[in-house]
Structure formats: structure tokens, C-alpha cells
Design a protein around this ligand. Structure first.
Ligand SMILES: [Zn+2]
Length: 473
């Protein structure tokens, strides 16, 4: 598991695995889509092959019945412990890892994904943007983004049905600025959109033979437990998105579903349990890990969380024997192999990491983060024979994610060690470009281009970077 931006350190021992600078392209995209207020600043994007695959598997049947192209739609994990999921930038579903940590069953998470898919299929965000353009008040962009982000998450502070906050405030003669007026009209149809997304979600779940129970339970929990951070947000904005009537409406539609009593398969539940354990192992503090996975709990999930904990806190030998025991229990699990490789790599034993990561990569062919780690390990062995494989592996990573600047960084290292200066400089230019460091990218691209023959693929790539002009704000 890797993150792309700084996560607040929750323990004195900052885990070696939390590294900066991964997937900065994604983080940059995110910055444009997310709230701009400081307390709602976007946390880092987290890359994890196991959880990404699980979310894709959860979403695939839903996308299919909703008519969403699952190749175009992306699910992006955010390293934030609050429960949140929302759609932004077209076909991107953002999920806070906190949502996965809270969801006890796959069905709860699938319900949330179905709701977000409802927004996506309904083109709700496009409407939001149109409304924004009509209003022509660009200063509210940040606020509107936060409204959108809170869509599924904000509970009613008053506990009363929707509409009360807005109307009573207006009735009280409070002067509303233009921003609030825009927000009011947006919230009015946001409420309609929420109900539409709920209806779509129940339809998708029923069509795929899955229960809408998880979605309903999650929404009820939002309403009753106050899972959300509320500091700094205008209470007015919080009083609408989840009114009692919405829950009531969802409940009646959900209970009428022919698949109300469907349950998750044990195999899916087992994967879900492992994913949650992984998140707790990587993110939770010692107290939380031992509370959620007490030593007496000998389940695979609990052992996973404890193995990660041992690795994270630098108990290398202990971690290694725990990880080996996990592998013995599930030899075909790519993510146990990945953890073994990751622990070895972080401990400076790249030679030991390579075989485990090779296995993990072949067992999880869609696991881009694993392949990236394998590329990293291969350039770190100091064995010239590993360089060609490193280049091959990293190029295949880039063929899937052409904005993966970390892959370009390792690729630059591999070419440099091979003595191919032109390709090393071009790859470094691509890495800088992906991070939005356009001036430095141009300098590197210029150096690289001088070494290629005009018109060759390398020359043309360098030329693209040299000719790029970032949009003016
Ligand atoms: Zn929603």
C-alpha cells in the first residue's frame, strides 16, 4: 500500500511504507476536484492493488447493469478515515478508505458504490457544473465541490426533515450572500439527485441479485451515529443532504426489492475482511489494531493485520515469520507475496524482494501498484542483469497508467544504470511532467531531445513536453 501525498503521522513511528510522490498525476487531478477549504483539504491518493481490485470487483456487475464502461470508470482510494464516497471529474468514484474500514460486509460497500454509480449514470455532476456556469460565480467553486463531496455523507444536524434549515433561516430575515443563494438552489436539486441515486442503486442491486440492505443500513448509520467531521462547515449546508424522508423513501424501495434477503458469498466476505484488516494494520494505531484484532483472534484477517503491524513498526524478523505463515495458509494469495516483497524492499533487501514481487505480479496481472514495486525492486538490486526486466516491467506499468510519474522515475534510474543517457533524461522529463513541474521537465526534455535523431519516437516525445504550455489560471 502506498500513498501519494503526506498523510498525517498518527504514530511516532512513521511507517516506511507511506511514501510521498507516488501517483502525483492523480493527486493533481484530485486537487482540482475537491474542496479547497483547509480542513477539507484532499488527503493523499492511496494505491493498493488488493483493495483496488476488490473495489473493481464490487463495482463491475453494478457498472454493467448501469451501462457504465468499466474500463473508462476509475475508482480512486483516498487515505482519509472519514466515511466518504463521491463522484467527481466525470467517471471517477473516490472512496475514502475510512468507508471500507467501517463497512462490515461487502454488501454495505457495494451499496455505496451503487449509489455513486447512480450519480454517475445520471450525469448529476455535469448538471452541477452547468448550474455553476449559469450562476457565473466562480468563487464558489470550492464550496460547491465540498457540497458535492458531502452529498452522501453529511447528516442532518437538526434531525428534522429536510427544508427546515433553509426556510427558517430565510424566514428569520438573514441576509444571504450570492454564494449562499447559489448553494441554496444547488442543494434543492441535490436533494432530488440523492433520491434519484438511491432509486438507481436499488435497481442496480436488484438487477445483480444483491441486497439493498447494506446501502440502507449505511445511510441509517450516517443519520444516527454522526460519523462525520463537521468542524468548520456551515451548519446550513449540513442540514439537507440526508433528510429523514430520504431514508424513509429508500427503506420502502429497498424492502420491496426481490433480492432484499440476498447475502454476500463467503469468499467475497473473506476478501473484504482481509482488505479491512490491511487498512487497520497500515493506518490504525497500536491500540486500535489490538482492539479490533485481539491476539486471541486467530482468523486470517487478524493475522494479516498483526503481520502488517509488525512490519510497520520495524519488527523485521517477527513480521517475516508472520508473513510466511500467511503465505503457507494461502499460497495463491498475491497480496501476501506482495507484503513479503514490500517488507524486504523496505528493509533494503531488494534481492529478496524480487522473487516475491514477481510471484505477486504474475498472480495479480491487473495489480499495477505491485508491478511498480517490482520495477522499484529490480532497479535496486545493483545487479545489471535485472535492468532489462525492470525496464520491461516499468514500461508495462506506464502502458496502463501513462501519468504514473513514479514509474517514470524508476525507469529513468534503470536507463541511467544501463548507460542510456537519452532515455534516462527523457524518462526523468516525463516524471517531472507528471508531477506538474513543467519548467524542469522542459530542461530535461531539451537535453534528451538533443541526443535523439529528429523524428524518432524519443525525439517526438521530448518535443511534446517542450511544446506543452500549462493552462493559464
Ligand atoms: Zn449521493
Amino acid at each position: 500500500m502506498q500513498d501519494s501525498a503526506a498523510l498525517p503521522s498518527r504514530t511516532q513511528h512513521r511507517p516506511p511504507v507511506w511514501r510521498r510522490a507516488a501517483a502525483l498525476g492523480l493527486a493533481a487531478t484530485l486537487a482540482g476536484a475537491l474542496p479547497t477549504r483547509a480542513q477539507e483539504a484532499p488527503k493523499g491518493v492511496i494505491r493498493d492493488a488488493e483493495i483496488e481490485q476488490l473495489m473493481r470487483d464490487y463495482a463491475a456487475p453494478i457498472f454493467r447493469v448501469a451501462g457504465i464502461n468499466s474500463k473508462a470508470a476509475k475508482i480512486i482510494l483516498i487515505g482519509d478515515r472519514t466515511f466518504n464516497a463521491f463522484v467527481a471529474n466525470g467517471q471517477k468514484i473516490f472512496i475514502n478508505v475510512g468507508a471500507i474500514m467501517e463497512a462490515k460486509t461487502p454488501n454495505e460497500m457495494i451499496g455505496v458504490l451503487a449509489h455513486e454509480t447512480g450519480h454517475m449514470a445520471g450525469g448529476h455532476l455535469a448538471q452541477l457544473r452547468m448550474e455553476l456556469a449559469n450562476a457565473q460565480i466562480y468563487s464558489v467553486v470550492g464550496m460547491l465541490a465540498s457540497v458535492a463531496a458531502m452529498a452522501t455523507t453529511t447528516r442532518s444536524l437538526s434531525g428534522k426533515s429536510g427544508g427546515v434549515g433553509m426556510d427558517s433561516r430565510a424566514a428569520m430575515g438573514v441576509m444571504l450572500g450570492p454564494q449562499e443563494l447559489v448553494a441554496r438552489s444547488l442543494l434543492a436539486y441535490q436533494r432530488i439527485e440523492e433520491q434519484a441515486a438511491d432509486r438507481s442503486a436499488v435497481r442496480y442491486l436488484t438487477a445483480t441479485g444483491q441486497s439493498p440492505k447494506g446501502l440502507l443500513e449505511t445511510m441509517k448509520r450516517f443519520q444516527s451515529e454522526g460519523l462525520f467531521r463537521t468542524a468548520g462547515v456551515d451548519p446550513y449546508l449540513q442540514s439537507h443532504p440526508l433528510p429523514t424522508e430520504r431514508i424513509a423513501l429508500l427503506e420502502s424501495t429497498a424492502r420491496a426489492s426481490s433480492s432484499w434477503n440476498a447475502v454476500d458469498s463467503p469468499a467475497l466476505q473473506a476478501r473484504h475482511d482481509l482488505a479491512r484488516a490491511k487498512l487497520v494494520g497500515f493506518i490504525g494505531d497500536t491500540g486500535e489494531i489490538s482492539r479490533r484484532y485481539p491476539i486471541a483472534d486467530n482468523s486470517l484477517a487478524a493475522r494479516y493485520a498483526r503481520a502488517i503491524q509488525a512490519y510497520r513498526f520495524g519488527r523485521i524478523a517477527d513480521a517475516s515469520s508472520q508473513i510466511n505463515a500467511l503465505i503457507a495458509a494461502q499460497p495463491g494469495n498475491p497480496y501476501f507475496q506482495e507484503l513479503k516483497g514490500q517488507a524486504a524492499l523496505e528493509a533494503g533487501r531488494a534481492n529478496e524482494a524480487v522473487p516475491a514481487l514477481r510471484k505477486a505480479s504474475s498472480m495479480a496481472p491487473n495489480g499495477t501498484p505491485i508491478r511498480l514495486m517490482l520495477g522499484h525492486a529490480l532497479v535496486s538490486t545493483n545487479n545489471p542483469r535485472d535492468l532489462d526486466e525492470a525496464i520491461r516491467v516499468l514500461k508495462s506499468t506506464i502502458s496502463r497508467e501513462d501519468d504514473n510519474s513514479e514509474a517514470y522515475q524508476f525507469l529513468a534510474m534503470a536507463y541511467d544504470r544501463k548507460g542510456d543517457k537519452a532515455m534516462a533524461q527523457l524518462s526523468a522529463a516525463e516524471a517531472l511532467f507528471g508531477q506538474g513541474r513543467f519548467v524542469e521537465a522542459r530542461t530535461q526534455a531539451d537535453r534528451a531531445q538533443k541526443q535523439f535523431k529528429p523524428g524518432t519516437p524519443g525525439w517526438l516525445k521530448a518535443d511534446d513536453i517542450l511544446n506543452y504550455r500549462p493552462p493559464q489560471h
